[in-house]
Design a protein. Structure first.
Length: 273
């Protein structure tokens, strides 16, 4: 079912032919009304147009709770109504884009597309889109934060030298205009390898590789660039220097700051879209 809502400021119903007016001609709206469900009794919660529209689209009172202001950004309103976080709403928008239902245009907004039709058949099932990037990064923060704290006091010079070499590779690739995804992966896996625990190494590698699932790939494809990677490089330097100082607390804080910031960079850019 398609719903079209037309709201016109200071537009009187008794000035429309479909509501009985005979001296003002509104043939297009009359024809549209004849093919639609027509409401004959409606009492607005607010008289002013702006707060009345907010009530229409949120189902919430305007005055005295919101004041005379426009509708808040759509993802915030949806988040409040659905009782979920704003990152969850943003991920849902990307999932809808993968299904061909909306188009995210950077700097412009989110636009509803024509019905997917046959294209929907080619869309991966929801379970194949992959786990939420927010959930993945939260899991990584817990696991990798604990790992880096445990290895910091006992990190060997050889392992630290290898880790610095990986960091320098990331820096060179960025300077050359390349996105250092492989070197980034090697950095996080190398920290896990300092534990000598193959299970932890496989866990870190598998969680990192989830960045290639369809949902995460679409998110990062929209919003990752050389600027975001330059920020990430500085965060890797903080992790490296904390490990070289054998400071467990600073190493854990730096790792968790980095992983949290990685999510926030993506989500903040999607909000601006």
């Amino acid at each position: 079912m398609n719903v079209i809502v037309i709201i016109a400021d200071s537009f009187r119903a008794d000035h429309l032919g479909c509501y009985g007016n005979s001296w003002i001609k509104t043939p297009c709206l009359d024809k549209f009304a004849a093919e639609s469900a027509q409401f004959n009794f409606c009492i607005p919660e607010n008289v002013p147009t702006v707060p009345a529209r907010v009530t229409w689209f949120t189902g919430q009172y305007g005055f005295p709770f919101r004041g005379w202001k426009h509708l808040e950004p759509s993802e915030r309103t949806l988040a409040e109504r659905l009782g979920v976080s704003r990152p969850s709403v943003r991920e849902a928008l990307v999932a809808l884009e993968l299904e061909g239902r909306v188009e995210i245009r950077m700097g412009s907004g989110v636009y509803v597309c024509a019905a997917p039709g046959a294209q929907a058949e080619a869309t991966p099932p929801r379970e194949e889109l992959g786990d939420s990037m927010v959930d993945i990064m939260n899991a990584r923060s817990v696991i990798e934060g604990a790992i880096v704290a445990s290895v910091a006091p006992f990190a060997k010079a050889k392992a630290l030298k290898a880790l610095r070499g990986i960091y320098e590779t990331m820096a060179r690739e960025l300077d050359a205009g390349q996105i250092p995804v492989q070197a980034d992966r090697e950095f996080h896996v190398a920290v896990a390898q300092m534990t000598g625990n193959d299970v932890l190494v496989r866990t870190v590698a598998a969680l990192y590789d989830e960045r290639h699932n369809p949902l995460s790939t679409k998110l990062r494809g929209h919003f990752e660039n050389e600027s975001t990677w330059a920020d990430a490089l500085r965060e890797h330097k903080d992790i490296l220097e904390a490990l070289e100082a054998h400071d467990a607390i600073q190493a854990q804080a730096a790792m968790q700051r980095h992983l949290k910031a990685s999510v926030e960079r993506v989500m903040a850019r999607l909000k601006r879209a």
